[in-house]
Design a protein around this ligand. Structure first.
Ligand SMILES: [Mg+2]
Length: 314
């Protein structure tokens, strides 16, 4: 039998102002599940209901080796069957989590690939038309997958503490990040490598910037760079980490970074798994086009504005 975990993320906790508000954080996560639009049956079912959520997840899962392919990811050797959930009642959070594992092991990578393919088409077309073209990539669940930690922690989040995936205790995400063991999302890695082959209108290489909400604390930059390089990413223009003192939603920080990039570049594409990666100022997303990757596993506010985003609709 699994354990009962509290939930939370650094950025979520900053945004909430209530680091211990597990119910709110869980609701954010499950609102993401309800609002994200991958193709799995579970997502259609979930979107048809509205309900409150419990503040904890308890599921029995086991830990396995590092994934390279989807079927090698933890939980995917013998994944739960995909099934529709009973929407006559508030969805059982244990069954919901099982369906997220099923999704991860089936349609998730296809949905990531489909989103990245749209960016691929656009960047190939647009880069030769502009001077000083740039592409912005988020890292977690966009360029690198933290699935092993997500699965081990049963979709909960623990900022602190050690991370031993072979132990039946929670994995702390700071330690997880510092271990540099996240796995490349292969569609994004292929996209990164493709972008590096492109030239813009003035014949220069298209610059790739990583903009992450990971905090710029001791060891994090080196570990993140090490993780990216070990997974095949190399030759980026600059890696931005969020200052430890940066307050508020992560979207504000990321918008400021894109403004900084725009001092010297034209951002033709911005890719992220959260809307907070893509949201800019009202009327200016600070990217010509943006591309949302699926992530039903956790949610960082803010959500998609009611008016949508211009960068998504072009
Ligand atoms: Mg991310």
């Amino acid at each position: 039998m699994g354990r009962v975990f509290s939930c939370g993320y650094d950025d979520v906790m900053t945004a909430s102002g209530s680091p211990k508000n597990d119910g709110l954080i869980a609701r954010w996560r499950l609102n993401t599940i309800l609002s994200t639009a991958p193709s799995a049956v579970i997502m259609t079912t979930l979107r048809a209901t509205g309900w409150g959520v419990a503040a904890a997840i308890a599921i029995a899962v086991s830990v396995a080796s590092w994934p390279v392919r989807a079927d090698e990811a933890s939980g995917c050797q013998n994944p739960p069957a995909q099934r529709a959930l009973d929407t006559n009642w508030p969805i059982n959070i244990g069954q919901l989590a099982q369906q997220l594992v099923a999704y991860r092991c089936t349609d998730y990578m296809k949905d990531v690939a489909a989103a990245v393919a749209q960016a691929d088409d656009w960047v190939r077309q647009r880069a030769p038309q502009v001077d000083n073209a740039a592409v912005v990539l988020d890292i977690d669940e966009t360029s690198l997958s933290n699935w092993e930690a997500i699965y081990h922690d049963h979709f909960a989040y623990f900022a602190d503490g050690s991370c031993d995936l072979g132990a039946k205790i929670a994995c702390g995400w700071r330690d997880w990040f510092l271990s540099a063991r996240a796995i490349a999302l292969s569609p994004t890695l292929d996209f990164f490598r493709m972008v590096k082959t492109l030239s813009d209108r003035n014949g220069g290489k298209v610059a790739v910037f990583f903009v992450t909400g990971r905090r710029d604390e001791p060891g994090m930059r080196a570990a993140t760079e090490d993780n990216l390089r070990k997974q095949g990413y190399d030759g980026w223009e600059r890696l931005y980490l969020r200052p430890t003192a940066s307050p508020g939603f992560v979207s504000g920080y990321k918008t400021d970074i894109r403004k900084d990039i725009e001092q010297n570049y034209k951002i033709i594409a911005n890719l992220g798994d959260q809307y907070s990666d893509l949201i800019g100022d009202p009327g200016n997303d600070h990217a010509e086009k943006c591309f949302k990757l699926p992530n039903p596993f956790y949610f960082l506010p803010p959500d998609l504005p009611a008016a949508g985003l211009k960068c998504l609709s072009r």
